[in-house]
Design a protein. Structure first.
Length: 57
């Protein structure tokens, strides 16, 4: 039987995590959930900090 495990680099997993967070934020906003500008700014600030930490920007 073939190996069904997925092997991914830490860089790939970090990029996937970053993209999934962005997608989750977009879905939340598009679904019309109440997100204040302050909350949105806070989330984007956290994501930007993490991106810089992970050297994606």
């Amino acid at each position: 039987m073939s190996d069904l495990n997925i092997h991914a680099s830490p860089e790939f997993l970090n990029e996937l995590d970053w993209q999934l967070r962005r997608l989750a934020l977009l879905i939340e906003v598009l679904e019309g959930l109440s997100v204040s500008m302050g909350d949105l700014h806070a989330v984007l600030s956290v994501l930007l900090t993490e991106a810089r930490t992970n050297e994606f920007i």
